[in-house]
Design a protein around this ligand. Structure first.
Ligand SMILES: *[C@@H]1O[C@H](CO)[C@@H](O)[C@H](O)[C@H]1NC(C)=O
Ligand SMILES: *[C@@H]1O[C@H](CO)[C@@H](O)[C@H](O)[C@H]1NC(C)=O
Ligand SMILES: *[C@@H]1O[C@H](CO)[C@@H](O)[C@H](O)[C@H]1NC(C)=O
Ligand SMILES: *[C@@H]1O[C@H](CO)[C@@H](O)[C@H](O)[C@H]1NC(C)=O
Ligand SMILES: *[C@@H]1O[C@H](CO)[C@@H](O)[C@H](O)[C@H]1NC(C)=O
Ligand SMILES: *[C@@H]1O[C@H](CO)[C@@H](O)[C@H](O)[C@H]1NC(C)=O
Ligand SMILES: *[C@@H]1O[C@H](CO)[C@@H](O)[C@H](O)[C@H]1NC(C)=O
Ligand SMILES: *[C@@H]1O[C@H](CO)[C@@H](O)[C@H](O)[C@H]1NC(C)=O
Ligand SMILES: *[C@@H]1O[C@H](CO)[C@@H](O)[C@H](O)[C@H]1NC(C)=O
Length: 519
């Protein structure tokens, strides 16, 4: 290799927060990457380059003139936000990172994250780019259905291409760095990493997709499988027993016993039974777990409430239906309803049938949940529903994808109606052509990292029964981690299996990048 062919790695991370902290009404647990530990503290640190020069603080916001519509550039541009640092950059390297709608993700610039560490080890620059229609990167001034027509996977992929090809990075020589681009993403942005490499061959030299649910699914009941397999056995036994009973009673039509159950949970005033059965929040709390999660986490509190009776812990079989039902109900009445509804009237907070609720009608920007739902209603679905018969259920069989899809009409009432159904309404349509590869993706230099305890696992290339081989050009690593655990260095320290994946990633990228040739 000639000297001129020094390695020029670039790193491109794309992060997306879809976190909606409010409400029981929430009909979906979004894909999101972990928050960066101590991000606020990190932001205050002076940023020093390799030669000792002080650089702009991490939280300096930059703006890129992005096309509103890639199929019609005459529609003009909007300001797409990004954050960037070249603290680890050495002559000849360039690194691009993509997207985050939430300021805490600026921490993904730093080396407490896997992409930051990769950047450090490969002398790269790091960029975090905000996804269109998230945060303050909006092609149009509000989130109406009409405006959100410009929120498609293809437009988002095209954004990435246009950014990579046109950005003038705010650093010396930032418009002509001779360096390969790498894209790093976790969760949805991990899937987008895979989609982009499939859809834009050659744009990225390499990619890192963490916990990437690449296979879109209409009915994603598999969400609860990793939870069921990994939660305490007593807790899953009792949850299954209670859920089975609730389903039976709700389907049975005895209004007295139905009301008894509703009252047990403190939701006597909730009108629709599927709104009672549709609350999956206790299970969704699992997604907040990480290897460093200790006692006091919402999911543990839930299982403790069911399994610890007067100081005694249930054995693996649980306490059984009667006690578990009463204990779950008491937990809701004493604290969990407050967590979900924050004091709002419970009947309203859990009512998903009021299409006039501001929850559905507020089209103000910077509402990641609204933008994310648009993607689900149109292209990905991923409805977190009950499993098919024969598989133990942690959520009631009353919960079917239609429960989630129905709300698409309320969210985007200006575009969806009886004449114009949301694309997902006809079932099984979720990217049915898997036009970005899905599980069949096959590209060079794409590194997949998945976690056994990740509720999104069943959408990744490590889903049960798939047996997609890990190859040199497309390695697939699986840790005991949770959702995108491998993106955070601390999580790798807490769980050696996650640490091993992180270590392997550094090695693999070092090898790939050493083979990169400047053209
Ligand atoms: C960046 O962080 C510093 C330190 O916390 C703060 O004073 C400053 O206002 C922040 N700047 C922006 C643009 O958020
Ligand atoms: C140090 O690095 C900065 C940023 O890369 C650059 O602008 C500056 O010229 C460098 N100074 C020296 C003495 O190399
Ligand atoms: C991470 O980067 C900081 C500077 O931002 C540096 O002080 C620290 O040593 C780096 N950590 C590791 C593990 O290299
Ligand atoms: C990064 O830069 C340092 C200092 O110039 C150099 O010693 C090292 O070999 C570079 N690493 C890579 C992977 O290029
Ligand atoms: C309905 O449920 C109540 C309370 O569980 C029970 O007492 C009653 O017998 C049931 N009614 C019928 C018709 O089964
Ligand atoms: C709790 O356990 C103690 C000691 O075993 C017992 O005396 C007490 O009656 C129990 N309380 C309840 C409410 O079961
Ligand atoms: C039973 O539940 C407790 C409390 O959540 C948990 O700590 C324990 O590991 C569980 N034990 C078994 C055998 O499932
Ligand atoms: C509408 O949404 C915006 C952004 O999420 C929020 O700041 C505002 O408070 C909401 N307004 C109402 C009336 O709920
Ligand atoms: C993926 O590959 C399998 C086996 O070749 C094929 O049956 C399937 O149709 C492909 N799926 C998609 C979405 O292309």
């Amino acid at each position: 290799m000639r000297f001129a062919h020094l390695i020029f790695p670039s790193l491109f991370i794309f992060a997306l927060s879809t976190c909606a902290k409010r409400v029981g009404l929430k009909n979906h647990n979004g894909m999101r990457i972990p928050n960066v530990p101590n991000a606020e503290e990190l932001m205050q640190k002076p940023v020093i380059s390799r030669n000792g020069t002080q650089l702009p603080p991490y939280n300096t916001t930059y703006y890129f003139d992005q096309l509103i519509d890639h199929s019609d550039p005459s529609k003009g541009t909007f300001k797409q936000r990004f954050w960037h640092t070249y603290e680890f950059y050495e002559a000849g390297m360039k690194c691009l990172t993509l997207v985050s709608p939430s300021p805490e993700y600026i921490g993904y610039l730093t080396n407490v994250t896997s992409n930051g560490l990769l950047s450090q080890s490969q002398n790269g620059t790091t960029i975090v780019l905000e996804h269109r229609f998230f945060g303050l990167s909006n092609p149009l001034p509000s989130l109406t259905g009409e405006n959100l027509r410009y929120l498609t996977l293809q437009q988002s992929i095209d954004d990435i291409e246009y950014f990579v090809k046109n950005v003038n990075l705010p650093m010396p020589g930032g418009d002509h760095l001779d360096a390969p681009w790498i894209m790093v993403g976790g969760s949805y942005s991990g899937a987008l990493t895979s989609y982009t490499m499939d859809n834009k061959p050659g744009l990225f030299y390499a990619g890192y997709a963490s916990s990437a649910p690449v296979q879109a699914m209409y009915d994603y009941w598999g969400y609860f499988e990793p939870i069921r397999e990994n939660m305490p056995a007593n807790c899953s036994a009792d949850v299954e027993a209670v859920i089975e009973y609730i389903t039976e009673v709700f389907e049975g039509g005895n209004t007295t016993s139905i009301q008894e159950i509703k009252d047990t949970f403190g939701v006597g005033s909730v009108q629709h039974l599927d709104d009672v059965a549709g609350v999956r929040s206790n299970l969704w709390d699992w997604q907040d777990m990480q290897p460093t999660t200790g006692p006091g986490a919402a999911f543990y509190n839930f299982c403790d409430a069911l399994e610890v009776k007067n100081g005694t812990v249930a054995s693996a079989g649980g306490w059984g239906l009667d006690y578990a039902l009463a204990a779950w109900g008491a937990y809701w009445r004493s604290s969990y309803l407050e967590t979900m509804c924050g004091g709002e009237d419970v009947g309203e907070c859990l009512d998903s049938y009021d299409s006039t609720a501001t929850y559905f009608t507020n089209t103000t920007i910077d509402n990641p949940y609204r933008s994310w739902n648009w993607i689900l209603c149109n292209e990905l679905s991923f409805s977190q529903s009950s499993p098919p018969p024969g598989i133990p259920a942690l959520v009631s069989r009353i919960v079917q994808p239609e429960y989630d899809i129905r709300q698409c009409y309320y969210w985007y009432s200006d575009v969806f109606n009886a004449q114009n159904a949301p694309p997902m309404a006809n079932g099984a349509a979720a990217l049915s052509d898997q036009r970005y590869g899905g599980w069949n993706v096959s590209v060079d230099h794409l590194f997949f990292a998945n976690g056994k305890r990740d509720p999104w696992r069943e959408g990744t290339v490590s889903a049960d029964g798939l047996n997609i081989p890990s190859t040199e050009s497309q390695p697939i690593l699986v840790s005991d981690g949770f959702h995108a655990s491998d993106l955070i260095v601390d999580f790798g320290e807490a769980d050696p299996s996650v640490g091993a994946v992180q270590q392997r990633a550094l090695e693999v990228f070092a090898t790939w990048l050493s083979e990169w040739k400047s053209i």
